[in-house]
Each structure stands twice: as C-alpha cells, then as structure tokens.
Design a protein around this ligand. Structure first.
Ligand code: BES
Ligand code: MN
Ligand code: ZN
Length: 461
C-alpha cells in the first residue's frame, strides 16, 4: 500500500504562493482585478484560479469555497494546482483544517495506471498544526480508500490479513487469525457459512488485533469491521448494477483497521481490540442457501431469508467475540445496507447507538472535523420484523418494517457487547460522483469523526 508523501507539508515558507479562499461574493474583488471575472471564476466549491504576477509566476491562487467558507474546499488543491510551494491565507484554526483537507485531497488511486503526480504540490504547514498527527490522519484515510479502490481480485481475505499483520507489527500489537475450517473449531460458524463458498486461496477468516491488553487500568475500545471482499449476493445473486461496486463491501474492515492504526500510532491511552471478518460472498456448490439455519457464536440460530444479507451474519460472530473482552466502547463499521443510502444518500452515514452521550460526542466530533454522521433510531417496534417461527432470528427483515438500515442495526444489536456502549455506522464508503477533491471511488466516512471523538475522550499525555 502506498504511503502519503511526508514532504507535502513543509515548515519553510520561503517564496510560497498565497492561496486565497473566495466565495461567490468576493469573486470579483479578490485582489485580482478583472482577472477573476475574465476567467469565469465564480467562487464555486473547488474552483481554482491562478493569478499571474506578470513575471511568469503566480501572485496568488484563488480557491472557490461556495456560499459559506468550508476548509474542506482545500481538498481540491493537490490535484488542481501546478507544482510549487503554497501557503494558506486563513485564520489559524481554519488554515489547520484546510491543511488536513489538502492532505486528504492528495490521495490518488494509481495502482493500475500512472496518474498525474501530486507530490510536486507542497504546502507550508499552518501555525500550530501538529504535522505528524495530520499526516497520520490523512494516511489512515488514504489506506482505507486504497483498500476500497483495489479490486476484489487483489484485495481478498489474505490481502486484508497481510495489511492487518503489517499494522499490528508496526505497533507491536498481537494478532491472531483464524482461517477456513478452523473457524468451525474456534466457533465462528456464521463467518464460516458466509465465506466457505470462496476459492480455497480466498478462504474466510477472522482477524483480531490486540494492543495494550495487559493494561487493565485503561478503558478497552473495540473496533469491528465488515470485510466482505466481494458481495455477489450469494445464491440470491445481485443484478449487474447492484454488483458493480461490491469490491467496496470490505469498506468497514478497511475503516476499522485504519482507525486502529491511528489509535495505536497516537498511543491513545486505551486497550484496543480490532476485529475484522474477511470473507467473499461467493457462489459455489458449497454456498449457504436461502432457508438454511445457521448457528452463531452467541448460540442464537439464524434463519437465512436472503444470502445477500451476509454482512450482519459475519458481524454477529465478531461482535459476540468483541463482547468477550468486556469492552467499554465498541464501534462497528459496515457497508451494511442499500437502504442506508435510500434514507440518507451517499454522503451522510447513519449512526446507531442507544447511548445519547456517545451519539452527541460523535455528532459533535463529526461536525468539528467535517466528517458528518446522522443519528438514526434503534426503533424497538421493528424488532418483530426479525422474528421467525423456526429460529431465534432471521437475517432478512419482514417487508412490512421497510426501514432496512434500521432493521439491520436491530439485528446487530442482538449480538453487540452488553458491557459499555456500542455504536454502529452503516457507511457507504464511496464517492459516486467526482467533484474537485472528491474523486469517484473509495471514501473514508466517519473515520475522522470517530478518531476525534476517541481523542477527546481519551486525551492521553
Ligand atoms: N453490501 C450490501 C449493502 C450495500 C449495497 C451497501 C449497496 C452499499 C451499496 C449488503 O450486503 C446487502 O446486500 N444488503 C441487502 C440486504 C437485503 C438483502 C436484506 C440490501 O441492502 O439490499
Ligand atoms: Mn449483500
Ligand atoms: Zn454486503
């Protein structure tokens, strides 16, 4: 996996070209005379206009912010500027946010094709910026995005395991991986059932990283992720349009691993468990079937109404496993339902938790760092939609309840740890349209919000 270039940020401001944030109102008098108007610069989000200095260089760069200034508009800079050294013209707080946004915008997926190199665009680190911390956060988002963007053929269960091993080793953390039929001996029956149809070299696995676990004085945080490396739908096969982007169905695992790396790099004062189930929801003679009744690690039997509701099955087992550590806080990430996108669209991930204080902290952190979440209800009235006569629970909710993201969250709640608090994020993990700074493709969602929340709750030394 590629790394983020450290020299994107520099401390030496000699000769840096100022970058000026300009909204629609200021577009005509942004210190550029008639240049802005003559070049059709209207201050639209991500719009970029270099202003010549008359000597072959730039006097300034104008960046459109839209109606209200949002530091995230700096995501457009890395891809939109000619190589050079730049400095941000903004209040220190906004400049720091814009600098991180600049780093987020520097991500480019170039694993299979040479793309325009962005390393030539460098930024003077704004006053008070913790450069190392900003680079780590941007690198975490880039890791998640690159894992999501990488096609399923090259991001199978083994590749996810390899990345997890690298993360654990770099942090001096313990890692345990349970693969294939060993999942039955180790009591992960639902993970095994969902993943057993894959080719042998893509066998299902449960990956568990443990860090600081001997520090019983510290609170224990569990990060849990859905790692379906490709979701064909199984025997309830998806139609072509629905299957097209299902390489991203391991986005939850990518988020849990990237956030876990961040927590360990920052040495937050917590014990940490990262739990990921990496499986391929494939079709073969051995695939699990509609009507099958699976066992789960918790001992609840699950009737399969639809093999395409596979994410909640693997999460059931690893949420149960998380609970065995008696966590104080459990966060899970999953591209769990298409219904989440119907409810809130691709940019606003639903957040589910019964803990009002945790919800408030996460929403506030999300607002502060520009990584929004929207709280949705664990509406008890829909629990009945998960009932079936012949098993403890069913994996596809009854049609009458309709709210598919809610009923999926209610399913997870049956398996979530009962110690501490639990929050579930039904992420989309994808930008469906390209705009400046947000290329079409994998996206980190709720990752920076969760990290900001954790950092605020566990500030450390
Ligand atoms: N991975 C999908 C959910 C998904 C689809 C996320 C599209 C993002 C974009 C999940 O495994 C799935 O197929 N869910 C089904 C559940 C249904 C069969 C009960 C869905 O949402 O349609
Ligand atoms: Mn599915
Ligand atoms: Zn899925």
């Amino acid at each position: 996996m590629s790394a983020l270039h450290r020299d994107l940020l520099t401390t030496d401001g000699q000769g840096a070209v100022p970058v000026r944030f300009v909204g629609p109102d200021g577009a005509t008098d942004a210190g550029a005379g008639g240049w802005a108007g003559a070049n059709g610069f209207k201050g639209k989000p991500g719009q970029i206009l270099p202003v010549p200095d008359g000597q072959g260089g730039f006097a300034a760069i104008l960046v459109g912010t839209g109606e209200t200034f949002d530091p995230l508009s700096a995501r457009a800079l890395a891809a939109g500027l000619p190589p050079g050294l730049y400095r941000l013209e903004a209040e220190p707080e906004a400049a720091r946010k814009a600098a991180l946004a600049f780093l987020l915008g520097a991500y480019v997926f170039d694993r299979y094709k040479a793309r325009p190199d962005r390393d030539g665009v460098r930024l003077v680190a704004p006053e008070g910026l913790d450069v190392e911390a900003a680079l780590r956060i941007a690198a975490a988002c880039a890791l998640a995005r690159e894992m999501i963007d990488t096609p399923a053929a090259d991001m199978g269960p083994l590749q996810i395991e390899t990345i997890a091993r690298e993360i654990a080793e770099a942090a001096g953390a313990a890692i345990a991986v349970t693969t294939g039929d060993a999942l039955l001996d180790e009591t992960y029956p639902a993970v095994h059932a969902v993943g057993r149809a894959a080719a042998p070299h893509r066998a299902p696995r449960v990956i568990e990283i443990g860090w600081n676990l001997d520090r019983a004085d510290l609170p224990l945080v569990a990060l849990v992720g859905k790692g379906v490396v490709f979701d064909s739908g199984g025997l309830d096969i998806k139609a072509a349009a629905g299957m097209r982007n299902m390489k991203k169905d391991m986005g939850g695992a990518a988020h849990a691993l990237a956030l876990g790396r961040l927590v360990m790099q920052a040495e937050l004062p917590v014990r940490l468990v990262v739990l990921v189930a990496a499986v391929e929801n494939a079709i073969s003679a051995d695939a699990f079937r509609p009507g099958d009744i699976l066992n789960s690690r918790k001992g609840l039997t699950i009737e399969i109404g639809n093999t395409d509701a596979e994410g909640r099955l693997i999460l059931a087992d690893i949420l149960t496993r998380a609970g065995e550590h008696a966590p104080d806080l459990t966060l899970d990430f999953a591209t769990l339902t298409g219904a989440a996108r119907v409810a809130l669209g691709p940019e606003l991930p639903p957040l589910y938790t019964d803990d009002d204080a945790l919800a408030a902290d996460l929403l506030e952190a999300g607002r502060a760092v520009g990584d929004p979440l929207w709280r949705m209800p664990l509406w008890a009235g829909y629990r009945a939609a998960l009932e079936t006569e012949i098993a403890d629970v069913r994996n596809d909710s009854a049609a009458w309840a309709q709210a598919g993201s809610v009923t999926a969250a209610l399913f997870l709640q049956k398996f979530a740890p009962t110690t501490g608090s639990w929050a579930h994020m039904d992420i989309f993990a994808w930008n469906p349209r390209a705009r400046p700074g947000w290329p079409e493709g994998g996206e980190a969602q709720a990752l920076r919000a969760c990290y900001a929340m954790l950092k605020a709750r566990y500030p450390g030394s």
